[in-house]
Design a protein around this ligand. Structure first.
Ligand SMILES: C[S@@+](CC[C@H](N)C(=O)[O-])C[C@H]1O[C@@H](n2cnc3c(N)ncnc32)[C@H](O)[C@@H]1O
Ligand SMILES: *[C@@H]1O[C@H](CO)[C@@H](O)[C@H](O)[C@H]1NC(C)=O
Length: 321
């Protein structure tokens, strides 16, 4: 049901309040003791079963003549999504600072904005961009953590409704944050900051919603905006996550890429794919891991295999001359 699909998508932002790796299942009999177990190793059998279940419903593809709209109208589908769900769908990404402490500036503070700024955040010593910010479930935890640090947050989404939700949020503060509408697949996209100006680019469940053939271009273009030493922080759906297995027949667009009932799309990444994506753009790996967990519905005694990708890639510093 769509409801279940929503619950899975929603849970993908959910994380236990414990850091990654805090709960390791050593005794299989303990499985129903917690809602979530970390660093789950899949047996070859489990992997094969996941592959088969995926193939079961992915073999029939949506005909190519019907596929175009999911790409050309992607923005409309997401706009309708936010019209329908407003800010009620995704939960705040509470795990952000546990997994991505790089979001907090470590250098000396400063003033995020000044009267004489020629662009928002020009004088901030530390600048973050979130791409595909949606209703702000990552932006506001960040905004509320960087007060008085001098850091500044930009965020964009191609859904103007999403951007409006961010701007209407009670915590939206123009001295710390600038939200704007931008399609990052647009090759001539214009951004309110110059190249080489960002310390962090945050990509949380956004690259998966973009057509796989466009993703490399997006990463290449975005990386132009990172300072040398600047970093991409990425978290997204992983290959053979339960939500991939559960796609019904007739939803598959191409290998590991699907459209949901509402027209929004989702791709499921492997570790190798994530690595080539960022290294092809000339970035160096800091972290690239497959976050495999078991989620347990204790009431119904259901065991669910979840897979997310979590990666950090840095723009290398120029070689000393
Ligand atoms: C699954 S949501 C995640 C939202 C948010 N990052 C969060 O963590 O709650 C994906 C978001 O990416 C946005 N998006 C998808 N394709 C985009 C594009 N080409 N340019 C800008 N935003 C895009 C969608 O509008 C949607 O808000
Ligand atoms: C595949 O799709 C059918 C309906 O088209 C559904 O009944 C079945 O549960 C799906 N398979 C998996 C593994 O979810």
């Amino acid at each position: 049901s769509l409801c279940f699909e929503n619950a899975l998508q929603n849970a993908s932002g959910g994380r236990p309040p414990t850091p990654l790796g805090a709960r390791i299942l050593t005794n299989p009999e303990d499985i129903f003791q917690h809602n979530m177990w970390d660093h789950v190793q899949w047996t070859e059998e489990a992997k094969e079963e996941a592959r088969q279940k995926t193939n079961e419903n992915s073999s029939s593809r949506i005909p190519s003549e019907e596929q175009g709209k999911y790409d050309t109208d992607a923005c409309k589908y997401w706009d309708s999504f936010y019209e329908r769900h407003q800010d009620r769908f995704f939960k705040d990404r509470k795990w952000l600072f546990l997994e991505f402490p790089e979001l907090l500036p470590s250098g000396p503070g400063g003033r995020a904005t000044e009267e004489r700024d020629s662009f928002p955040g020009e004088h901030a010593p530390f600048r973050i961009l979130e791409v595909g910010c949606g209703a702000g479930n990552s932006v506001f935890p960040i905004v509320n953590s960087i007060k008085h640090t001098g850091a500044f947050v930009y965020c964009c989404d191609f859904s103007s409704r999403a951007v409006q939700l961010v701007k209407d949020h009670p915590d939206y503060d123009q001295s710390l944050c600038h939200a704007f509408v931008q399609d990052i697949c647009d090759e001539v996209a214009s951004f309110p900051f110059p190249p080489l100006s960002l310390d962090v680019i945050l990509l949380v469940f956004v690259l998966s919603s973009i057509h796989p053939e466009r993703v490399q271009g997006v990463v290449n273009r975005l990386s132009e905006f990172l300072k040398p030493g600047g970093i991409f922080l990425f978290r997204d759906h992983g290959r053979y996550d339960l939500s991939q297995l559960r796609f019904k027949k007739g939803r598959c667009l191409s290998d590991n890429f699907y459209t949901r009932g509402d027209g929004t799309c989702v791709y499921f990444f492997t570790k190798d794919e994530v690595h080539s994506l960022f290294s092809n753009a000339g970035l160096e790996e800091i972290q690239n891991l497959e976050d495999r967990r078991i989620q347990v519905n204790r009431a119904k005694k259901i065991v669910m295999y979840r897979v997310w990708m979590q990666s950090k890639y840095r723009k290398t510093l120029p070689a000393p001359s």
